[in-house]
Design a protein around this ligand. Structure first.
Ligand SMILES: Nc1ncnc2c1ncn2[C@@H]1O[C@H](COP(=O)(O)OP(=O)(O)OP(=O)(O)O)[C@@H](O)[C@H]1O
Ligand SMILES: [Mg+2]
Length: 480
């Protein structure tokens, strides 16, 4: 019946092939409806582009999927799902879908049928449309701006994907599935939530009406193999000389702060730096979402917890930190310092837990110090500014700046030592920096790392601890 309708020569051949599955659905419609469609067809088919057809086909597939999903939920024994093997479940889904399609006389080609089964499998067991992106190893971040727009970050660059949700309800259902799995809730009265996915990925969602154009979801994917020092050197994040310096700094127990913007590589840098810690030391880590993967044997990991729906049960980073100090740590690593825990962090750094590390959100070493000052002020500590600064300058030895440059590359743009106080001001000296020299026609940044010519204030300490860095390490590289 439909092949007759398909005939008009105005329809491009490729598109008509693509349209085949949709056509069969139309054939299942009552005759009257089909007749109406048939009449309208010749006029409109002239303007229908292959893209329109593809979009229509997708919409139709989306509808089939949605109906089928409902049928699946009615037919599958959900409590048994947890124990079913993947193969069994796929077979079951495939059988139920075949029955469904047959009942409605919908014919799909083999590929569409396979895609349908695997999308439904993702829908039932996983995170629906997001599942393929989660499995894609090249994707670092997944950013959802409402149901129709999903971006991913690959090698530092954002790309729009053709993955979409059916509608806001579909997106909300997936969000709900994620957060309820970790015992949280998200709705109009609790419009945002932070959670960790089963695979360790970091998840944040904000739902309407606070999110104006549909729910916003951000996922930072968990990497099983975190980038190590060698990888970072290879990627050009810093040089071997800088790595040697950082090794000396961490091994000789300087207190280090990694500063940087959002997604600039702070956690990655912190994790890589931790590899220089001696295996005999007891390390305690405190994070909002456990991301660090330390290689040492003696590691105690803590995860702070926000209040529950009733506003109870919060365990703040500061609570963890205070408790950590009673747990006989050699070093404490705080994933990110952003609030009142700064006081305890600085105190820990000042009182025998040398070699502690954390990250802060700041754009330069100087900015990082102001940030620390602000955090102290916000925590309600009444202390003269000079005393605050002197506390910071005696606690922090090194600020390492991580940056994501405009071409997407991530680099350690500066390594700065804090050397003390000069009057009311904290004195600092930059040891290494990234020198930008220009831009290629493809908008890639041209630049190189260089020492600044200033010798480390800790050179003697390094030597005493057996890290005798050659003086040449501090020599600047002349610009090409
Ligand atoms: N030098 C690098 N080269 C390539 N990719 C990198 C580099 N450093 C980090 N990445 C990748 O960039 C992403 C963001 O890194 P990371 O989580 O360390 O950033 P962050 O500054 O801690 O982010 P946030 O502010 O969200 O906590 C990760 O997927 C990480 O693997
Ligand atoms: Mg981080």
């Amino acid at each position: 019946m439909f092949s007759k309708y398909k005939k008009p020569s105005a329809t491009p051949p490729a598109a008509s092939k693509e349209a085949a599955p949709v056509a069969d659905i139309a054939s299942a419609k009552p005759a009257a409806a089909a007749a109406v469609t048939r009449k309208a067809a010749p006029a409109s088919s002239a303007q229908v582009t292959p893209m329109d057809k593809e979009r229509k086909r997708k919409e139709r597939m989306g509808e089939i999927k949605l109906d089928l999903h409902r049928v699946l939920l009615d037919n599958l024994n959900l409590s048994a799902l947890e124990h079913a093997t993947e193969q069994d479940l796929r077979q079951e889904i495939s059988a139920i879908s075949s029955e469904f399609l047959e009942e409605r006389s919908i014919v799909l080609n083999r590929e569409d049928r396979q895609n349908l089964t695997s999308e439904l499998y993702d829908e039932v067991t996983g995170l629906g449309p997001l599942e393929t992106l989660l499995k894609d190893e090249t994707v670092n971040d997944i950013l959802v701006n409402g149901p129709q727009q999903i971006f991913v970050e690959r090698s530092g660059k954002l790309e729009l994907t053709d993955v979409t949700f059916k509608d806001e309800r579909h997106l909300l259902r997936i969000i709900d599935k994620i957060v309820s799995a970790v015992g949280r809730r998200v709705d109009e009265s609790n419009p945002y939530v932070d959670a960790r996915l089963k695979d360790g990925s970091r998840f944040n969602a904000m739902v309407p009406p606070v999110a104006v154009d549909g729910s916003l979801v951000s996922i930072r994917k968990f990497k099983k193999d975190k980038l190590g020092i060698d990888d970072l050197v290879e990627f050009g994040a810093f040089t071997e000389e800088m790595a040697a310096y950082l090794q000396a700094a961490v091994a000789t127990r300087l207190n280090v702060i990694v500063s940087g913007g959002t997604g600039s590589g702070k956690t990655t840098t912190l994790n890589a730096l931790s590899s220089f810690i001696d295996n005999a030391e007891r390390i305690l880590t405190i994070e909002d979402t456990a991301e660090l993967q330390l290689q040492q044997t003696h590691v105690g990991r803590m995860e702070s917890r926000p209040p529950n729906v009733e506003g109870k049960g919060e365990v703040s980073p500061r609570d963890c930190l205070k408790n950590a100090l009673r747990m006989r740590p050699d070093r404490i690593i705080v994933g990110e310092t952003r609030g009142e825990e700064v006081i305890d962090m600085l105190q820990a750094m000042n009182t025998g837990h040398d070699g502690s590390m954390t990250t802060i959100h700041a754009n330069s070493a100087r900015d990082g110090v102001s940030r620390l000052e602000n955090m102290i002020a916000m925590a309600g500590i009444e202390m003269p500014l000079k005393a605050v600064r002197s506390q910071i300058s005696s606690a922090v030895n090194l600020i390492v700046q991580a940056s994501r440059l405009q071409d997407g590359s991530r680099r350690m743009t500066s390594i700065t030592e804090i050397t003390g106080m000069e009057g009311e001001v904290i004195s600092m000296q930059e040891i290494f920096r990234y020198q930008r020299v220009g831009l290629t026609p493809e908008n890639k940044i041209i630049g190189h790392f260089t020492a600044t010519g200033v010798r480390s204030a800790y050179a003697e300490r390094f030597r005493m601890w057996g890290y005798d860095l050659p003086p040449s390490i501090y020599e600047p590289i002349a610009a090409e």
